[in-house]
Design a protein around this ligand. Sequence first.
Ligand code: PMV
Ligand code: MG
Length: 332
Amino acid sequence: MKMTKVQTGGKLYIAGEYAVLTPGQTAIIKNIPIHMTAVVKENSTIKLSSDMFDYSATMSEDKNYALIQASVQTLADYLGKSIDELVPFSLEITGKMERDGKKFGIGSSGSVTVLTLKALSAFYDLNLSADLLFKLASYTLLKLGDNGSMGDIACIAYDDLVAFTSFDRQKVSTWIATEDIKTVLAKDWEYQIEVIKPALSCEFLVGWTKQPSISKDMINLVKSAISEEFLTETEQQVQTCKKALLSGDKEKIKSALQNVSDLLLSLSSAIYIDKLKDLKAAEEGLDVIAKSSGSGGGDCGIAISFDSNDTKELITRWQNLGIELLDLEKLS
Ligand code: PMV
Ligand code: MG
């Protein structure tokens, strides 16, 4: 019997959050090696299961399974088939990105969309590229009315550190509503995804506040505060940070991340909640730069450390503040 198993990881923003919601702006986003797994097997009917829920679903409407079902539908549309024409399968998803019922906030909805598409791509031997996975997953989320930039999808589809320059989602949504999927996919959406290989050795840390934050609500709360000035200044710092990562310029990385952090701090008081202020303040006196990540308001913050003793000290400080280390890895 045919069986395939695939995984997707998480993501966290390093720089460019909120600005990247505006087309043409760039964000730097890091893949996080905390994984979700999908197992697909031949089955007599389509059966969908996720360890998030205590029951399985079919393709009949189900709120909890809507994202997985929409991803299956996208793949069927892409293949030019109806759901009934697909070779039926069971899809089993495991790896909740949460602990004690609290989500980590590293992109589980983006990850599950990419995961479902990747799993079916493997099951049907389609060999979809990371770029096509990105387009198909973005297509699925835009159809569902997601209000994100799709930067999370870019990072998760490429499973790497990326610089993502966003596309005009309104324009693509109009295409989706008026044209068939093949035509939409064949068009140039005018985004850019560049894999970044940092040229210096440093450590990347993720601190979890254990306070869940909902990006969709944060976006609605903050978006009216996004000004031209915020966009221009953020883009400048993001480009500086990207170049500094590529050339291995430690001081420039630190100052660029400090500047984007300050820009977020003044964008909205909802971003740097106390736990995230603590997480950042813990960098003091260390060869470390820390900041909030993504929408803020809870979830995770990140840090880049250029000294392994300082890394240890930062972890101890975070621990004392009730901030849990979710990931520690070499950035290159
Ligand atoms: O909180 P996260 O990791 O989902 O990141 C949100 C980043 C935003 O720029 C605020 C929104 C987006 O989709 O780009
Ligand atoms: Mg978040």
